[in-house]
Design a protein around this ligand. Structure first.
Ligand code: C2E
Ligand code: MG
Ligand code: MG
Ligand code: MG
Length: 284
C-alpha cells in the first residue's frame, strides 16, 4: 500500500490517508471495538533526574495494534477518538491499566513508581474523572501520589464549568497534576496562578533547538523562569542529546525525558532498568 510508510519501525498512516472520509470511518470503526478486543497496550518512558541520571517516574504511552490497520501511533488516533468520544472509554482503560501496572511493580518489590497518564480534555467534561481516579486508586490500594495526570492547555481553553472543581478534587487525593507540552498552546498564564497544579512539561518543540537556536533557548529560559517563580516542577521533554541535557541542567531543569535515556519501554524492560537503577547518560 503506497499510502503507508514506515517510520521509526512503526507502520503509520500518512496525514493524507487519514484525511479521506473513508479511511477516517475505517479507523473510527476499528477504534470503537479496540478496547473490547484488547488491542491497546502501554509502554513506559522513564522520567530521569537530569543530574544523577536515575529513573524517578514513568510516563504511560498508549500503543494500538490492529490486525487490519497495523500499529498506530497515538498521534494518528487520539484525535479521532476525541472527535467520536471514544477517548473517554480509552482514557479510563489507560488510567486503570497504568495503576494496575504500578501496583504490580510495587508487589514485585520495586517500590512505588509514580506513573504519569495523559488525559484528554474530553475526560474533563462532566465530572467523572475525579471519581474514576478515586475508584482506581482504591482498587489497587495506591496512594494518590503514585499517579500523575498530564493534560494539555486545551483543557484550560475548553473551560468546562467543572474543571476547577475536578482539579481541586484530584489534588485533594494527592494526585500530581502537570501541564503537558507547555508552550505549544495558548499558554494562558493567568490560569497558572488559579490552577492547583504541581508542574509543567517543557515541550520538545523547544528542547529540540537548544543550545543552538536562539529563540528556542529563549523559550526554554522563559518556561524555566515561570516554573521557578511559581514554585512548579519542570520536566523537559524530548531530550535526545548530551548537549541538551547539559544545557537544561544549567538552566536548573531538574527532570528530563527522551530518547537520550530511553523510549517507551515494555513493562518488563522498564522493571529491569528500575531494578538496577543505574544512572543513564553521562553524569560526570
Ligand atoms: P506527549 O504526552 O507529549 O508524549 C511524548 C511523546 O514524545 C511520545 O510520543 C514519546 O514517544 C515522544 N518522545 C519521547 N521522547 C522523545 C524524544 O527524545 N524525541 C522525540 N522526537 N520524541 C520523543 P507518542 O507515544 O507517539 O505520543 C504522542 C502523544 O500522544 C503524546 O504526547 C500524548 O499527547 C498522546 N498520548 C499518548 N498516550 C496517550 C493516552 O493514553 N491518552 C491520551 N489522551 N493521549 C495520549
Ligand atoms: Mg504526556
Ligand atoms: Mg508532551
Ligand atoms: Mg506531544
Amino acid at each position: 500500500d503506497s499510502k503507508r510508510r514506515i517510520r521509526n519501525g512503526w507502520q503509520v498512516f500518512t496525514p493524507a490517508l487519514a484525511q479521506t472520509q473513508q479511511d477516517r470511518l475505517r479507523v473510527e470503526t476499528h477504534l470503537r471495538r479496540a478496547t473490547d478486543n484488547n488491542e491497546f497496550h502501554l509502554v513506559y518512558q522513564p522520567q530521569v533526574d537530569l543530574k544523577g541520571g536515575r529513573i524517578i517516574a514513568a510516563e504511560a504511552l498508549i500503543r494500538w495494534q490492529n490486525r487490519q490497520l497495523g500499529e498506530m501511533r497515538p498521534d494518528h488516533f487520539i484525535g479521532h477518538a476525541e472527535t467520536t468520544g471514544d477517548i473517554v472509554r480509552i482514557g479510563s482503560w489507560v488510567l486503570r491499566e497504568a495503576c494496575r501496572q504500578a501496583a504490580q511493580w510495587r508487589d514485585e518489590g520495586l517500590g512505588i513508581v509514580r506513573v504519569a497518564v495523559n488525559v484528554s480534555y474530553r475526560q474533563f467534561l462532566g465530572d467523572d474523572l475525579a471519581d474514576n481516579v478515586h475508584g482506581v486508586l482504591a482498587e489497587f490500594d495506591l496512594p494518590g501520589t503514585a499517579l500523575e495526570l498530564e493534560f494539555t492547555e486545551r483543557v484550560l481553553i475548553e473551560d468546562a464549568p467543572d474543571t476547577l472543581r475536578t482539579f481541586a478534587r484530584l489534588r485533594e487525593q494527592g494526585v500530581v497534576l502537570t501541564i503537558d507540552d507547555f508552550g505549544e498552546g495558548y499558554s494562558a498564564l493567568n490560569y497558572l496562578r488559579r490552577l492547583p497544579i504541581h508542574g509543567l512539561k517543557l515541550s520538545q518543540l523547544f528542547v529540540e533547538g537548544v543550545p543552538d537556536n536562539k529563540s528556542d533557548v529563549a523559550v526554554c529560559q522563559a518556561v524555566a523562569g515561570i516554573a521557578r517563580s511559581l514554585g512548579l516542577g519542570l520536566v523537559a521533554e524530548g531530550v535526545e542529546s548530551e548537549q541538551q541535557r547539559r544545557f537544561l541542567l544549567e538552566l536548573g531543569v531538574p527532570v528530563g525525558q527522551g530518547f537520550l535515556f530511553a523510549p517507551g519501554l515494555r513493562p518488563d524492560e522498564f522493571a529491569r532498568r528500575l531494578k538496577s537503577n543505574q544512572p543513564v547518560g553521562d553524569t560526570t
